[in-house]
Design a protein. Structure first.
Length: 257
């Protein structure tokens, strides 16, 4: 799926390869140690961070461009990926990104008028199993790593807004998209499932009420073995019954906790 061009060729001739003024930005969510994480790229020069993103080849579907970026950064395919918003502020340009990321190639950058124009960005959010991801930076970045949603570093232009909008979308879709199925490992505790819901919703939930509601949906299979990672009495492990879970999502889970 990789179609990344050499960096100087992209700067000099990008307008020959890509759709004008259109980009994609992916908010890649993972869940680890009861925290929602976001995958970010650090520019090779400066301290700015950015969402994984890219441009759309002229012969490429926009959804395919987002899927390409997702696979290139995570090394995984066939992940949950959904378009959620188009960011088109009149103040959107690539100037801030260029100042941080392209300091050593200013001559080529100055020729790249296509890159300096206003861009609209199509926002996508992706759900991945944290432990399976092998983060890989792109040619403009020195690092690709996970960050706590509640402790994000300094981000380029409107990328914080994009993350906030993605979280709001995920919150609204919690009843009809397989969010838990894609973020949690195959087997998990009810406590981990509750922590995921609390992180997405941004509030604490009553444990007893949550457990009753989730078990009442009849979408979880209880495992014979117990979780062994804690010092107290080992809780049971559960997994999603995929057929029942997806059917319940199609009908819409009635969440009132």
């Amino acid at each position: 799926m990789q179609r990344e061009l050499p960096i100087l060729e992209m700067l000099a001739k990008g307008d020959e390869y890509f759709l004008p003024a259109v980009s994609v930005d992916n908010v890649i969510f993972g869940f680890h140690q009861d925290e929602l994480k976001v995958l970010l790229l650090k520019a090779k020069h400066g301290n700015m961070w950015a969402l994984p993103g890219g441009y759309v080849f002229k012969d490429e579907e926009v959804d395919a461009a987002a899927a390409r970026v997702l696979k290139d950064r995570t090394q995984l395919a066939n992940l949950f990926l959904q378009q959620f918003y188009v960011f088109g502020s009149a103040k959107r340009t690539r100037l801030e990104l260029s100042q941080e990321a392209f300091q050593n190639i200013e001559a080529e950058l100055m020729k790249s008028k296509w890159l300096m124009q206003r861009f609209i960005s199509v926002g996508y959010y992706a759900l991945v199993e944290y432990e399976k991801v092998k983060p890989l930076p792109d040619d403009f970045s020195s690092e690709c790593s996970w960050h706590d949603l509640n402790n994000l570093p300094q981000l380029i232009f409107d990328h914080r807004e994009i993350i906030e909008k993605a979280l709001l979308t995920m919150r609204l879709q919690l009843n009809n998209q397989p969010i838990g199925y894609n973020l949690l490992p195959r087997e998990f505790t009810l406590k981990s499932l509750q922590s995921l819901y609390e992180t997405i919703l941004g509030r604490k939930l009553d444990r007893g009420n949550f457990n009753r509601k989730m078990l009442g949906y009849d979408v979880l299979d209880k495992k014979e073995k117990h979780f062994t990672g804690g010092a107290h009495k080992a809780p049971y492990l559960y997994s999603f019954n995929k057929q029942k879970y997806f059917e319940a999502l199609r009908n819409g889970l009635k969440r009132d906790f």
